[in-house]
Design a protein around this ligand. Structure first.
Ligand code: DGL
Length: 282
């Protein structure tokens, strides 16, 4: 790997990382709220999904991808993936970042989501749909209990939802079966839930189907806007880092899979905007 810029803080784009395409739902909102910055998106599509991999594997893959983005000049990397945020963020921040460059930053998306839902819930009963990895990590209940110990979280792992999205089946009838099954499972666990976190960046594509089976009174918390707003607040508070972000409104898409495959699927996530992608070897 080229690592000439890994140890040097230089001006560059905001790095956005996801195991696959899901992080594009976060990137889309960041570019709406913070259009002035440049972005470099990396999807580790060749090794996705991460959701059912072990802690060590998710950490290794995520670390390699963050290292890659730093070595390409990003001063800041957002893990736009709940699974990576749950299983790798803390170790990267504690162990790797001080070795690479202590002035660079890597941020996850679980904390801002937890902060938002803790303000929203009235019953204190929250539901979570996420990958098996995120659910077993207990990251959401842990973060929520740091904010408010009385919040109760009912979590349901949805291992079929990411493949449905990645394979373009999210809008088809077959997806109804898998969505309905998990919504019913969640509601049977706790009838007082008033807010449900979509704790996987792929799930916003299933939003219409999730809405169809959840009672209208239940608020669905989708992460894109929350994370984008939280990044805006972060940059306003960290002007020393913000000064290193380049501002040409550009966006580069990198993938570990084939360029064509990425381009085709990414257009779905980015509402059919024309994009070009570059294949990289991590
Ligand atoms: N998009 C990732 C997340 O938010 C999960 C996809 C995967 O399983 O790789 O958790």
């Amino acid at each position: 790997m080229q690592s000439n810029l890994l140890h040097t803080l230089v001006s560059g784009p905001i790095g956005v990382f996801d195991s696959g395409f899901g992080g594009l739902t976060i990137l889309r909102e960041m570019r709406k709220i913070l259009p002035q910055y440049d972005y470099m998106f990396l999807g580790d599509n060749a090794r996705a999904p991460y959701g059912s991999h072990s802690f060590d594997v998710v950490y290794d893959y995520t670390r390699q991808c963050v290292e890659y983005l730093f070595s390409k000049g990003c001063p800041l990397v957002i893990l736009a993936c709940n699974t990576a945020s749950a299983k790798a963020l803390r170790t990267i921040q504690m162990n790797d970042l001080p070795e690479w460059n202590k002035d660079k930053r890597v941020l996850g998306i679980i904390r801002p989501t937890a902060e938002h839902v803790s303000e929203y819930t009235r019953t204190g009963h929250v539901g979570l749909f996420a990958t098996t990895g995120t659910v077993t990590s207990q990251s959401y209940p842990i973060e929520l209990s740091k904010i408010n110990q009385s919040i109760e979280v009912a979590s349901v792992a949805c291992p079929m939802w990411v493949p449905l999205v990645e394979n373009g089946e999210y809008d088809n009838e077959g997806a109804d079966y898998f969505v309905r099954k998990k919504v019913e499972e969640l509601l049977s666990m706790d009838s007082r839930i008033d807010s449900v976190i979509l704790g996987c960046t792929h799930y916003p594509l299933l939003l219409d189907k999730i809405k169809k089976y959840l009672p209208k009174s239940v608020q669905i918390i989708s992460q894109g806007e929350i994370v984008a707003q939280s990044l805006k607040d972060y940059l306003e508070r960290h002007t020393d880092l913000e000064a290193f972000l380049t501002r040409n409104g550009g966006c580069e898409f990198l993938t570990t899979e084939s360029e064509e495959k990425f381009k085709h699927a990414a257009q779905v996530f980015l509402s059919n905007s024309e994009i070009s992608a570059k294949k990289v070897v991590i």
